[in-house]
Design a binder for this molecule. Structure first.
Ligand SMILES: [Zn+2]
Ligand SMILES: [Zn+2]
Length: 139
């Protein structure tokens, strides 16, 4: 997996965990991306070139959001202090072979945005009920 921001100051190298595209419809993600969900792939073994250009923002107790200080690109979502875990799919050099498998916080989906048929759907309440399990999986 290779990925970069709009201006190229930040570049990622690493592995895709699988072929799944994951959408988060929460309001923080809508504001952060500028509209629609945060649309990500899960990554591992990530190395970063240009890390000095990354700004971080903590919108919630657990999450860390990275952005490019030069061009403003949405770079990653991860647990505070952890390496990038989810990259926006648009940063990837190669988006082939990916499928939308999961949508979360679907109760916050705006009315103009259709459902991805076949993708697992979960609400904010369902996600919050599984928070401990998720946090454990991110360790
Ligand atoms: Zn940039
Ligand atoms: Zn979100």
């Amino acid at each position: 997996m290779k990925a970069q921001c709009l201006c190229g100051a930040v570049r990622f190298d690493g592995q895709l965990v699988d072929d799944a595209v994951l959408l988060c419809h929460c309001q923080q993600c809508q504001r952060w991306t500028g509209g629609g969900p945060l649309t990500t792939v899960r990554v591992k073994d990530v190395t970063i070139e240009g890390a000095d250009n990354i700004g971080t923002y903590y919108a919630s107790e657990h999450g860390e959001r990275g952005f490019c200080k030069t061009c403003g690109t949405t770079l990653y979502w991860t647990m505070r202090g952890k390496p990038p875990a989810f990259l926006p799919v648009g940063l990837l050099e190669d988006q082939s072979g990916l499928t939308v498998k999961e949508e979360i916080f679907v109760d916050h989906r705006p009315g103009w945005l259709p459902v991805f048929e076949g993708a697992r759907q979960s609400t904010e309440a369902e996600e919050m009920a599984n928070l401990d399990e998720f946090l454990e999986s991110m360790k």
